[in-house]
Design a protein around this ligand. Structure first.
Ligand code: UDX
Length: 489
């Protein structure tokens, strides 16, 4: 029988999103957060105090201003490292240890604070934590909350992490001694890993396995996170699409059936016009890029960017500088202010370089990468193969020249070159001549570069189809929304 009493309005489901505090993690998290908010969720997005300070300096208070919309809010927690007002990427090893030490209490305190906040803040109904912070799942469970892990790297990278424990049990890791780094040991096949690319070798697995230390933080932490924390979560989110990583995803789903592939998280999912001032970019992009690209011919520009963590030497920078100058095509090169840490006061463009370049290229400290990749003038991407960069490039249909630095970037590189056909790999030790030759090959109208460009154009279509209505990632996102909504009732 219907009651004549007025019924209380049900509280909005409240999702607490906690990314690992690094650029490559906060970016996809903010897109997911906006997509959930657009579906009617109350969202709390958690930054560390350090990153909050950086965003404030780079973008001002508007970076946190959702306007009249009070249902998208930001909170901060400490990261466990000493306070600092530098604008630089933190030491990820130290950060990993520190967040692990202080994170559980910080998250517990935050949930309690939010639950007693009142003033339009509904109680937290679900937690989405970074896969690199698996401990949050256990805190959420203690508090009786559903908890999901969002792994921001590739599916193939995640599959490798899920097998770190096996690598240890089978005696591959830790490495016996230092000679393993150079004696061909890295070419040992690992095709027993179900779902991995045929022909995969130790060198194609995330570089954290390259240690002789049995107590190595990354190996022990990654094993714990992936082996123990993943099954404890209610589900796993991945920023990828089924068509791209089918074999790896089948192997992941065989172990963790409730896996949601929701990528590529891009403008279809979180259009730039939605809560536009909210940004996660820890550096301010150089405004000159768009106008400069507008003045270049279609597909003529090679874009060079090694992400937010890669550190290179002055010598390597000189080789890239002269290599790019010699190619002769226009280039947009992002030289992050904290990218070079050797040498007195960092790295400077070599003498005579600007004359040699003669206005063909520009260097900037940071850019709006997605806008650069989407620009019709951009024809190739010399990249470190961070997962966001790889996916953003695929989504834009731009082929890759791969120069992986660390972690699962080597895995992404191998897949990009061997499986997806969109990439060409450059050796770690490169001189200017090799840089010049590789960029020429990438940008050429025939040969390997042209083949990679055609494949990239095909992946662009598939990537967009996945997030379009009826696409696999769109369907997974819907399923995720349904699941966390019904968990709230
Ligand atoms: C990395 C990778 O995500 C991951 O593969 C690895 O496990 C550890 O962290 P990062 O090196 O920063 O992160 O690379 P990437 O994943 O490519 O993320 C960089 C993000 O910053 C991208 O979303 C990119 O669009 C953005 N960016 C980068 C800019 O907006 N402007 C820039 O100038 C450079």
């Amino acid at each position: 029988m219907a009651s004549s009493e007025p019924q209380p309005t049900p509280a909005k489901p409240h999702v607490l999103l906690i990314p690992y505090p690094a650029q490559g993690h906060v970016n996809p998290f903010l897109k997911l957060a906006k997509a959930l908010h657009a579906r009617g969720f109350h969202v709390t997005f958690v930054h560390t105090e350090y990153n909050h300070g950086r965003l404030l300096r780079a973008r001002g208070p508007s970076a946190f201003d959702a306007g009249a919309e009070g249902s998208f809010r930001f909170e901060t927690i400490p990261d466990g490292l000493p306070p600092s007002d530098l604008d630089a990427t933190q030491d990820i090893w130290a950060l990993c240890e520190a967040t692990r030490r202080t994170g559980p209490d910080a998250v517990r305190g935050l949930v309690e604070r939010l639950n007693s906040a009142g003033g339009g803040v509904p109680p937290v109904s679900c937690v989405v934590a970074d896969g690199a912070m698996g401990y949050v799942v256990h805190v959420a469970k203690e508090l009786g909350l559903p908890a999901y892990l969002f792994f921001t790297p590739s599916g193939c990278g995640y599959l490798a992490y899920l097998n770190f424990d096996q690598l240890v049990k089978r005696g591959y890791v830790p490495f016996k001694d230092e000679s393993c780094f150079s004696n061909g040991y890295l070419d040992t096949p690992v095709d027993w890993i179900a779902g991995m690319l045929p022909g995969a070798r130790l060198r194609d697995l995330p570089t954290f396995i390259r240690t002789t230390d049995p107590d190595d933080t990354m190996v022990t932490i990654n094993i714990k996170q992936c082996e123990l924390d993943s099954p404890a979560a209610d589900g796993i989110l991945l920023n990828t699409l089924d068509a791209l990583e089918r074999r790896a995803l089948d192997a992941i789903r065989a172990r963790l059936p409730n896996t949601f592939t929701v990528g590529p998280l891009g403008p279809e999912v979180a259009p730039p016009s939605y809560l536009p001032s909210l940004t996660s970019s820890l550096w301010r992009g150089d405004d000159r890029c768009a106008a400069w690209l507008d003045g270049q011919a279609e597909g003529s520009v090679v874009y060079v960017n090694f992400g937010s963590i890669t550190v290179v030497t002055c010598e390597q920078m000189d080789e890239f500088a002269w290599g790019l100058a010699a190619v002769g095509c226009p280039f947009l090169w992002v030289v992050r202010p904290d990218m070079v840490r050797d040498g007195d006061g960092g790295w400077r463009l070599p003498e005579g370089w600007e004359e040699a370049v003669a206005g063909k290229g520009i260097t900037v400290g940071w850019c709006d990468q997605e806008a650069v990749l989407e620009h019709p003038a951009t024809g190739g991407f010399l990249s470190h193969c961070g997962w966001n960069s790889t996916l953003e490039s695929l989504r834009a249909g731009v082929p890759l020249l791969c120069w992986p630095f660390f972690s699962e970037q080597v895995t992404n590189c191998r897949y990009a070159c061997e499986e997806w056909g969109v990439g060409m790999e450059m050796p770690r030790e490169v001189g200017r001549g090799e840089v010049e030759a590789a960029v020429r090959e990438l940008m050429a109208k025939e040969g390997k570069g042209a083949v990679a460009r055609r494949r990239a154009a095909e992946w662009k279509e598939k990537a967009r189809a996945a997030v379009a209505p009826g696409g696999s990632s769109q369907a997974n996102f819907e399923r995720f929304v349904q699941e966390i909504t019904s968990a709230t009732k």
